[in-house]
Design a protein around this ligand. Structure first.
Ligand code: SF4
Length: 303
């Protein structure tokens, strides 16, 4: 049911990969995290590759495929016994619907604000008890700024705590426009050197740095810093994080140790994954925690 206080959002749709209830890692308390589809970055360590493209995609589980070819025939393509062939698929919906072996599913569907809020409201009691709320994540929520704004407005109208996770590589006016609706901004800071940032993510970090400075002057910011051994695990970057947190008002630095949970997804979406197997050692965690103690704000490390 839609609250009468909710602004009209008729016709507005957001392309999402998931609306995840009982999330514990995307802001304080128990939260519902809304994963937007589409991201301007291509971080080599990304564990949510299904959120990168701004279009729906097929998730293909080759291990379940019995090579019947029904998916391809359903979309008017030739089937030759080799199972699903992404390049031949012309109709994602038809192909996914045709598979009766759980081999294919569509990632990314359009949601209305009311549909998302219906999910979010289910856990209202938990938000009150835990200090939680709604988090917009992705992908990059601000690539769908109108939908993000409408969703945050609806959440605010119901007095929910609002978090947005952003990579910051967005037009500053877009970011600034949502800040009055944001209680806490979770802002990624991945690599201090801009040239290296470009190598690792596809873009330099000048715009991101400017976005961060602007946002931190207006709302509380948690700086989220991924720790990727062999990639951004170096003294210059650690010193850069301390320097950054000394120049702008950061509520907290959160170290995000790499985990390989997303690496298996790449093949399911027809993409390669370039990183070797990486483990974050206790020594790395301790070194980062110790180095970042020089920052003028609390430092925590995620599980
Ligand atoms: S319909 Fe399903 S099981 Fe059959 S070829 Fe396509 S993905 Fe494989």
């Amino acid at each position: 049911m839609t609250s009468s206080a909710e602004p009209s959002t008729d016709g507005l749709r957001g392309l999402l990969t998931d609306v995840l209830r009982f999330s514990l890692h995307d802001g304080p308390g128990i939260r519902t995290t809304v994963f937007f589809k589409g991201c301007p970055l291509r971080c080599v360590w990304c564990h949510n590759p299904e959120t990168q493209s701004p279009r729906p995609e097929l998730d293909y589980h080759a291990e379940r495929c019995v090579r019947c070819g029904e998916c391809l025939r359903a979309c008017g393509a030739e089937a030759d016994g080799s199972g699903f062939v992404r390049e031949r698929c012309a109709d994602l919906d038809a192909a996914a619907a045709a598979c009766t072996h759980d081999g294919l599913s569509l990632t990314g569907r359009e949601w209305s604000v009311a549909e998302v809020m219906d999910e979010v409201r289910k856990d209202a009691a938990y938000y009150v008890a835990s200090g939680g709320g709604i988090t917009l994540s992705g992908g990059e929520p601000l690539l769908q700024a109108d939908f993000a704004t409408a969703l945050l407005s609806a959440a605010r109208a119901e007095k929910l705590h609002t978090c947005v996770e952003s990579c910051g590589h967005v037009a500053s006016e877009r970011l600034e426009s949502i800040l009055p609706l944001v209680d806490l901004l979770l802002f990624d800071w991945k690599m201090t050197d801009s040239a290296q940032h470009r190598e690792l993510t596809g873009v330099g970090n000048e715009l991101i740095r400017a976005s961060l400075a602007m946002a931190a002057s207006q709302v509380p910011v948690v700086l989220r810093c991924p720790l990727i051994p062999g990639i951004n695990d170096n003294g210059a970057h650690l010193a850069g994080i301390v320097d950054l947190a000394s120049q702008i008002l950061v509520q907290r630095i959160e170290i995000m140790p790499y985990h390989a949970a997303g690496s298996a997804k790449y093949a399911r979406y027809g993409r390669g994954y370039s990183l070797p197997e990486i483990a974050v050692s206790d020594e790395s965690r301790t070194r980062w925690m110790q180095a970042l103690q020089a920052a003028p704000c609390p430092v925590t490390i995620a599980d």
